[in-house]
Write a protein that binds this ligand. Structure first.
Ligand code: ZN
Length: 279
């Protein structure tokens, strides 16, 4: 099992250069890079600099984050989405990074579940048509907040299954699952090969629908039932990449080195129980 670092964890108090050096030093295998941090890096570095860094260090690029709100875009927003898609494909070709996370949108007017599904399939197909020219895969994420139009894992999975493309899969996010979902029976039904990345996070004890990104805490410090989640996934032979993704403003106040070291220690403590090679 490989451990990845999602740059949201150090969102405002670090940058890509710092995240890369610290994640490499503390033993992360992969990085999930945020678009704003890549753009900031490229203001003073070249793509060749980034490629050289990966060629000369243990840490490797795994994923880009994020195409945000891909459903029900107006023309202007969709044009911006395609711009971001092109940007990720260009960077991905340069550094051999082949996965992009895409998210649903906060609801716009009232839509039925089947209208949302049809819209999501259409948008994912459009992005997949561009990405497939670059061997790029897309991981569609459920956002566990009630007013998001795809807010459970199985809804995202159902959309991804309907896309019927080897290069379109989903994200499984532990905090989103705890916040809005907790349908372990439906997780049992999913084809695990469609889970392209797992976001590792924990959260506090709240009613369904109340959790938000800022409630996320270090893995093991909250109430996420990792036993159930990982026993289901391991039972299906899932052994994909796990990416630590927190949005806790208190952790953003930490020195990035402390956040990355703590994040690695907390992740390993949780994961080593289920993945003996994780240490
Ligand atoms: Zn996530």
């Amino acid at each position: 099992m490989k451990l990845c670092f999602n740059e949201a964890t150090t969102k405002p108090n670090s940058n890509l250069e710092k995240d890369l050096l610290l994640c490499d030093r503390y033993g992360f295998d992969y990085i999930e890079m945020r678009i704003e941090k890549i753009k900031e890096y490229l203001a003073t570095h070249s793509l060749d600099d980034l490629k050289f860094f990966f060629e000369t260090h243990h840490i490797k690029p795994f994923c880009f984050n994020v195409l945000i709100g891909i459903l029900f875009c107006d023309d202007e927003k969709w044009a911006k989405m395609l711009e971001d898609m092109d940007f990720f494909c260009t960077v991905g070709d340069a550094i051999d990074c082949r996965l992009i996370v895409a998210t649903p949108s906060p609801d716009i007017d009232y839509c039925t579940v089947s209208e949302i599904k049809a819209e999501a399939v259409k948008r994912l197909h459009a992005l997949d048509a561009i990405g497939s020219k670059h061997q790029m895969k897309i991981a569609f994420e459920h956002v566990g907040v009630p007013h998001f139009n795809v807010n459970t894992f199985y809804q995202a999975y159902d959309i991804v299954a309907a896309c019927n493309s080897d290069s379109v899969g989903c994200v499984f996010d532990c905090a989103h699952f705890q916040h809005m979902d907790r349908r372990y029976d439906l997780l049992e039904k999913a084809d695990a090969s469609k889970i392209f990345i797992l976001h590792l996070d924990d959260t506090i004890d709240l009613h369904i629908g109340q959790g938000r990104d800022y409630h996320r805490v270090w893995p093991g410090d909250g109430v996420v039932d990792y036993d159930r989640i990982f026993n289901i996934l391991r039972g299906k032979g899932w052994d994909g990449v796990v990416s630590l993704e927190l949005f806790n403003p208190k952790y953003w106040e930490l020195d990035p080195e402390e956040a990355i070291r703590t994040g690695r220690e907390k992740s390993v403590k949780v994961l080593s129980k289920y993945f003996p090679d994780m240490k």
